[in-house]
Design a protein around this ligand. Structure first.
Ligand code: SAH
Length: 248
């Protein structure tokens, strides 16, 4: 990425409610599946972005949350939001890569990863990250998944380029269970969790960058619109699945 491309990228993803599909209702619903927590649990939020889910967890339970993301702008946004809501004493943010984690083994009660485990890969994330999870601890994460075996050519082609590892929900359940985890619950994020808190605010940012940068931003804008339009047309064929699983 050259300097201009980076500036456009920054403007595109800055000041969004979040950086991937999701919403507070779904975060809370996932949290409600976790019933036998110790008092004051320690939580690790991986790929936290600007932290919509971090804040929702902090609002709902008495806990400490460590968050990591390798993009400093998002960490800054999360810190500002945490201060505004008086939640900063519960949240410690780290500008750190998910590929270089050095926490104590079995030190967390919960791992959380909304829209981020695909970056390391589902299976690898399940194996490597859960080293840091206590026995009997929970891992709640979302993963973009096929909702059908009958995939239309257009989404098949798009995802073959953008995320060839994408699996069906049942294939993902099989991976999780074969690694020895117990599936506590899973559910598909509602469509409004793609629009209201992610794609619509992103579209508003794209309109601003189109005006600010003109043709220089054309390719970035076209690429993101192709993803948005695909979801508009094929939301019945793929979606984000929330998985709540238990170790040991
Ligand atoms: N959990 C947030 C963000 C999801 S988007 C939400 O649901 O809104 C994925 C996030 O992973 C982004 O914030 C991105 O900056 C972060 N990310 C990408 N590569 C990473 C890496 N190597 N290490 C840590 N975070 C990474």
């Amino acid at each position: 990425m050259d300097k201009k491309e980076f500036e456009i990228f920054l403007d595109t993803y800055t000041n969004l409610p979040r950086q991937g599909p999701g919403n507070n209702e779904s975060t809370k619903k996932a949290l409600e599946n976790i019933k036998d927590l110790p008092a004051h649990p320690l939580i690790l939020d991986l790929g936290c972005g600007s932290g919509m889910q971090t804040l929702e967890i902090a609002r709902n339970i008495d806990c400490n949350i460590i968050t990591i993301d390798n993009f400093p702008q998002f960490i800054t946004e999360l810190n500002i939001r945490a201060v505004k809501e008086n939640l900063s004493s519960k949240i410690t943010t780290f500008n750190k890569s998910m590929f270089e984690l050095d926490f104590e083994p079995e030190s967390f009660d919960i791992l959380w990863a909304e829209g981020s485990i695909y970056i390391i890969g589902l299976e690898k994330g399940l194996i490597e990250w859960t080293q840091f999870l206590k026995n009997g601890g929970y891992f709640a994460f979302t993963e973009c998944s096929w909702l059908t075996d009958q995939i239309s050519p257009e989404p098949e082609q798009f995802w073959a380029t953008n995320y060839p590892e994408m699996k069906t929900v049942s294939e993902n359940l099989e991976i999780i269970e074969n690694l020895g985890f117990e599936v506590i619950n899973h559910f598909t994020l509602p469509e409004n969790a793609w629009w209201d808190t992610y794609y619509n605010p992103l579209k508003a940012n794209l309109e601003k960058i189109a005006q600010k940068y003109g043709p220089e931003a054309d390719s970035v804008i076209a690429e993101i619109y192709s993803e948005i339009n695909l979801y508009q047309n094929y939301s019945n064929e793929y979606g984000y699945e929330f998985f709540i699983i238990k170790k040991g």
